[in-house]
Design a binder for this molecule. Structure first.
Ligand SMILES: Nc1ncnc2c1ncn2[C@@H]1O[C@H](COP(=O)(O)OP(=O)(O)OC[C@H]2O[C@@H]([n+]3cccc(C(=O)O)c3)[C@H](O)[C@@H]2O)[C@@H](O)[C@H]1O
Ligand SMILES: Nc1ncnc2c1ncn2[C@@H]1O[C@H](COP(=O)(O)OP(=O)(O)OP(=O)(O)O)[C@@H](O)[C@H]1O
Ligand SMILES: NC(=O)CC[C@H](N)C(=O)O
Length: 561
């Protein structure tokens, strides 16, 4: 040991896979400080935190506020002073170089900044717009603490998705990579990340630490799942997904360089479980981070609202979820029973407010104007809007945030009433196709985990999963009267939306051209609804909102096929 507190042949890093709150500079700094205190108590050499941990990620245009960047710099300076005596602290925070604003990774030690890596590759695709808000940095060489420990290179997230930055760092003498990330979830992304990081290891022959953020931010969920690879690309440590976690990686110096020792190995859940957990965590964090603790929703006896109720209960506990049945003359006895059973299984309160009186009053008020016109979708939408009105009134009165329940199939084709059932602050199932809604319900009924605040066993009544979906806005209505069967609709939507395929591709895959053209048309004409819709948890690489933005005014239709 020398004055730096580092032993000659071991280097210990405490990795903080933690959940920051966007814009809560003091809170995030306190969390960083607590991790550092823990690191000091354990006697580690370095405490590392994810990309842009001090501000939260992604800050979007908040980062264009000079006052915000200055405030962040002050919090960083304070941390540097407070953490002068002990392990180094590596933390993501913005950096201003003259007029150039950077996404940076700072290493603080002994009251000084001993390294500052500026993100070189700015992601500008899917949900990312970093070219819009940051300047590209040059590649920073590796750093060490005193004369001991490995020379460490810090490619910042996207920097490790291409060979250039790691190769340059290796040429400059790096012996270990620690990559801080703000990498949001989409289904099965873990394998893609792992393959990318293994490639960097194979190209450079150097071990790599992948440290991800965790937690929900608006539509995105950072899934954690940090890991460590040795110089051959073998997995030496795996952190859990979706949980805050402090874990220690130990590097040992051998004749041929630095080697990470084998450590904890969390098992990653399957894709249905991951999707479900994302929806739960996204809702919990959206509520908690915006200052809400309670939600309400309209429980119709259908599968979408039943699943949203289960997600809400698992996120917040049954005492914080209230369901409301708002029957009309078209509501069947089976729907009333199914809603009651769904609420009972989850242990939530179910209130009933009829929309019949209000509907009669609205129709009477409009009758002189509408005289001579046949009843049509107008009257159906009035019911939906009255439900929205009644639910929002309760939201105002009781301080509960209203959840809206449209699945991705409906959101894609505009099968929802604007200012009606689209009313609400958050939509947990916005990126979940209807066919997957059924799969997820079955998964939840068969599986319980300790992170769920809801009951074990059946959470969505089997009778609800098994019956044909209906909006019940007129007698004997079924979704399949207006839409193709969901297997067909979802098959076409996956091709058009998620895979960017043409109409001709869909026809070649066996779908009827007329049906494909109808779906394509509905997809384009409902962009205005999506523009006015609530945010919801992103589960796929093509979620509506940031990943998939069509022009609202658009006359083009695919002539192929
Ligand atoms: N480009 C555009 N920019 C701005 N506004 C635009 C627009 N195109 C139409 N509009 C406006 O939008 C209005 C039509 O939209 P909207 O009022 O939503 O009505 P609309 O889309 O015609 O009908 C709602 C649909 O949702 C279905 N649905 C399914 C499941 C549940 C529920 C439910 O309510 O519970 C409903 C229902 O069966 C029906 O097919 C028009 O009055 C028009 O003025
Ligand atoms: N009778 C009702 N009571 C309470 N809420 C309702 C009622 N009917 C509709 N809603 C609300 O409006 C949403 C859209 O309802 P609708 O039944 O028309 O379509 P859906 O997409 O099949 O949804 P679900 O599967 O939940 O029924 C529901 O999820 C629910 O939140
Ligand atoms: N923060 C980032 O640079 C994110 C982009 C990165 N390639 C990812 O999604 O993991």
């Amino acid at each position: 040991m020398d004055g730096s507190g580092i032993s000659g042949d071991r280097f210990r890093v405490l990795l903080g896979q933690l959940n920051p709150v966007m814009g809560d500079l003091a809170g995030n700094a306190a969390k960083a400080r607590a991790a550092w205190d823990e690191g000091r108590a354990r006697g580690v050499d370095l405490v590392a935190l994810p990309e842009m941990f001090l501000t939260g990620y992604q800050p979007q245009d908040l980062i264009r506020k000079q006052a915000f960047v200055l405030d962040a710099a002050e919090h960083l300076d304070r941390l540097m002073a407070e953490c002068a005596d002990g392990p180094a602290l590596a933390i993501g925070a913005p950096y201003v170089d003259g007029v150039r604003l950077h996404n940076a990774y700072h290493v603080l030690h002994g009251g000084q900044v001993i390294s500052r890596s500026l993100k070189h590759f700015l992601p500008n695709f899917n949900v990312f717009d970093e070219v819009r808000v940051f300047n590209r940095g040059g590649v920073e060489g590796p750093w060490t603490i005193g004369n001991h420990g490995p020379r460490i290179g810090n490619p910042v997230c996207e920097d490790a998705w291409y060979p250039d930055v790691t190769e340059t760092m290796a040429e400059c003498g790096a012996e270990v990579f620690i990559v801080p990330n703000g990498s949001p979830y989409f289904r099965d992304k873990f394998e893609i990340r792992l393959n990318q990081m293994v490639s960097r290891v194979v190209e450079t022959g150097l071990p790599l630490v992948y440290l991800n953020m965790v937690g929900g931010q608006d539509d995105q969920v950072f899934d954690g799942g940090s890991f460590v690879l040795d110089r051959h690309g073998a997995l030496m440590m795996q952190f859990p997904v979706f949980e805050e976690h402090l874990g220690e990686v130990v590097f040992e110096r051998r004749e041929d360089g630095w080697h990470p020792l084998k450590g904890e190995m969390a098992v990653l859940p399957g894709s249905l479980e991951q999707d479900y957990r994302v929806m739960v965590l996204a809702l919990r964090d959206y509520l908690g981070k915006t200052g809400f603790s309670k939600v309400l929703l309209g429980l119709s006896g259908g599968v979408d609202s039943a699943l949203v109720a289960a997600i809400a209960v698992d996120a917040l506990g049954p005492e914080n979820v209230r369901c409301v049945m708002l029957p009309s003359e078209y509501t069947s006895a089976a729907s009333l029973e199914d809603a009651a059973r769904a609420a009972a299984l989850l242990g939530v309160r179910l209130d009933e407010v009829s929309i019949e009186g209000a509907r009669a009053a609205v129709e009477e008020a409009l009758a002189p104007l509408f005289e001579g016109r046949a009843a049509d979708i107008t009257e159906e939408n009035i019911q939906s809007r009255l439900r929205g009105l009644m639910l929002m009134a309760q939201s105002n009165k009781f301080g509960e945030m209203l959840l809206t329940t449209g699945n991705k199939s409906e959101v894609a084709v505009g099968y929802a009433t604007i200012y009606g059932d689209m009313s609400g602050g958050y939509n947990p199932i916005k990126d979940l196709y209807k066919t997957r809604v059924f799969e997820i319900c079955r998964w939840r009924n068969a599986n319980w985990r300790d992170w769920m605040k809801g009951p074990e066993g059946e959470a969505v009544p089997v009778a609800i999963i098994d019956k044909p979906p209906s909006a019940e806005l007129r007698a004997d209505q079924k979704d399949e009267d207006s839409l193709p069967p969901y297997e067909v609709l979802d098959g076409i939507l996956k091709m058009l939306v998620d895979e960017e395929k043409s109409v001709a591709d869909c026809v070649a895959a066996g779908y009827d051209r007329e049906v494909v053209k109808k779906v394509e048309h509905l997809l384009y004409i409902s962009e205005y609804k999506r523009f006015q819709s609530a945010p919801g948890a992103r589960l796929s690489p093509r979620a509506f909102w940031l990943d998939r933005r069509y022009p609202i005014v658009n006359r083009w239709r695919d002539p192929s096929g």
